[in-house]
Design a protein around this ligand. Structure first.
Ligand SMILES: Nc1ncnc2c1ncn2[C@@H]1O[C@H](COP(=O)(O)OP(=O)(O)OP(=O)(O)O)[C@@H](O)[C@H]1O
Length: 335
C-alpha cells in the first residue's frame, strides 16, 4: 500500500509569549490518504490554523515554532519527505510543488497589481520551469478547469474585476497549478454566500476525484464537514479530542465536546420552532480555556456535564472506540 499523503505524529507547536513557551497545538496525530478529505474542526482558537501553518512551515517567525513531532509528506515522485527539519528554501520548494493552499479570503492570496493569468502562470514557470508562453496557456486551461467562463479574457483581468466566488476559483487554480499531492483549504468558503459556497465545495470534490490529491479542510462549520469530508478530527484547546469517519462521528459522537458541537447546529425548521417557543438554541456552556492556563487533566472537563475526578487528574489518552473512531474521553462508553 502507498504511504499516506500526509502523516503527522506527536505534533507540538508553541508560541513564545511573555518569556514562556505556550503550546498552541500538542499531541496531534493525523493522516491523510490520497484522494481523501480530512476535516479539522473546532471553535475559534482550538489550533486548526496553527496545525495547517505547521505543515507548510509558515508559523509566525520568531515567536512560533514546532517544538516536537514529525510531519511526513508523500511527494509527486513518490518519495516521502520529513518537513519539520527542512531549511526554509527547501520548504518553499515543497510548498510550491507538492502542497497547494487556499485560504478564507481570496484577496490575501491574490496580488491586486497582477492579472489573474500572470499570477497562476508564475508558480508554473518557477516550479515547473515552463516558458512564459506555455505557463500562460496552462493558466487559461486551469481557469477553465475551475469553472471560470471565458477563461482567456478572465486571465487578462485583475482580481478586483472578478466576483468573490470567481476570485476563490482563481486561487484554487493557483493552488493546483503545480499539481500538488496535498491541498490545504483553510475556511475556503466562509467568506462566500451559501450558493457560491456549495459550488466551491462541489468544485473541490470534482477536482479531487480527477487528481486524487489529499485535502486537509479546516473549518468550524459542521455542515460543510458533512458535505465534503471523509474523516473528521475535532480539536479542542490544541488537542484532537475525537477523530474518525464523518459517518461514524456524526451519527455517534464519542466525545462530549463533539456531542455539544453537534447539538449547537440548527436543523432545518428547528431554529424557528425553538425561537417561537422562546427557547434559545443549545450552546456549550462556558468558554475555551486560555492556553496559558489549561487545567491539569482534560481541557474540556470544566465545561463537561460528565466530568468525574479522574478527568481532572490527567489528560486522557485517545481511546479506540471502534477500529476507526478515537476519543480522548475517559467516559466515551457512556455517550
Ligand atoms: N501569532 C500568534 N501569536 C500568539 N499566539 C498565537 C498566534 N497565532 C495563534 N496563536 C495561539 O494559538 C491558538 C490557536 O490558534 P489557531 O489560529 O490555530 O486557532 P483556530 O482553531 O484556527 O481558530 P480560528 O477558527 O479562529 O482561525 C490561539 O488560541 C492562540 O492562542
Amino acid at each position: 500500500m502507498d504511504a499516506p499523503i500526509l502523516s503527522i505524529s506527536g505534533l507540538r507547536a508553541v508560541f513564545r509569549i511573555a518569556g514562556r513557551d505556550i503550546a498552541a497545538v500538542q499531541d496531534v496525530d493525523l493522516t491523510i490518504g490520497s484522494g481523501e478529505t480530512v476535516a479539522l474542526v473546532g471553535e475559534s482558537g482550538s489550533g486548526k490554523s496553527v496545525t495547517s501553518l505547521s505543515i507548510i512551515g509558515l508559523l509566525p517567525k520568531k515567536i512560533g515554532h514546532i517544538a516536537d513531532g514529525s510531519i511526513a509528506l508523500r511527494r509527486r515522485d513518490g518519495t516521502v519527505t520529513e518537513l519539520t527539519g527542512l531549511d526554509p528554501e527547501s520548504l518553499r520548494k515543497v510548498r510550491g510543488n507538492d502542497i497547494g493552499m487556499v485560504f478564507q479570503e481570496p484577496m490575501t492570496s491574490l496580488n491586486p497589481v497582477y492579472t489573474i493569468g500572470e499570477q497562476i502562470a508564475e508558480p508554473i514557470r518557477i516550479h515547473l520551469g515552463k516558458s512564459h508562453r506555455d505557463a500562460a496557456a496552462d493558466a487559461v486551461r486551469l481557469l477553465a478547469q475551475v469553472g471560470i467562463p471565458d477563461p482567456d479574457r478572465r486571465a487578462r483581468q485583475y482580481p478586483h474585476e472578478l466576483s468573490g466566488g470567481m476570485r476563490q476559483r482563481a486561487t484554487i487554480a493557483m493552488a493546483l497549478s503545480c499539481d500538488p499531492t496535498l491541498l490545504i483549504a483553510d475556511e475556503p468558503t466562509t467568506a462566500l454566500d451559501v450558493t457560491i459556497q456549495a459550488q466551491i465545495l462541489d468544485l473541490l470534490a470534482e477536482l479531487q476525484a480527477q487528481r486524487g490529491m489529499g485535502i486537509l479542510f479546516v473549518t468550524h462549520n459542521l455542515g460543510v464537514v458533512a458535505e465534503i469530508a471523509d474523516r473528521v478530527a475535532v480539536m479542542y484547546a490544541g488537542r484532537i479530542v475525537e477523530s474518525g469517519p464523518v459517518s461514524e462521528v456524526f451519527t455517534r459522537p464519542r466525545h462530549p465536546y463533539t456531542a455539544g458541537l453537534m447539538r449547537s447546529v440548527p436543523r432545518l425548521g428547528q431554529a424557528t420552532t425553538l425561537k417561537a417557543a422562546g427557547t434559545p438554541l443549545p450552546t456549550i456552556a462556558g468558554n475555551v480555556p486560555s492556553l496559558a492556563l489549561l487545567p491539569k487533566g482534560c481541557s474540556f472537563a470544566p465545561r463537561c456535564a460528565l466530568a468525574i475526578d479522574a478527568c481532572r487528574a490527567a489528560v486522557p489518552p485517545l481511546f479506540a472506540a471502534t477500529s476507526t473512531q478515537k476519543s480522548r474521553c475517559l467516559r466515551w462508553e457512556d455517550l
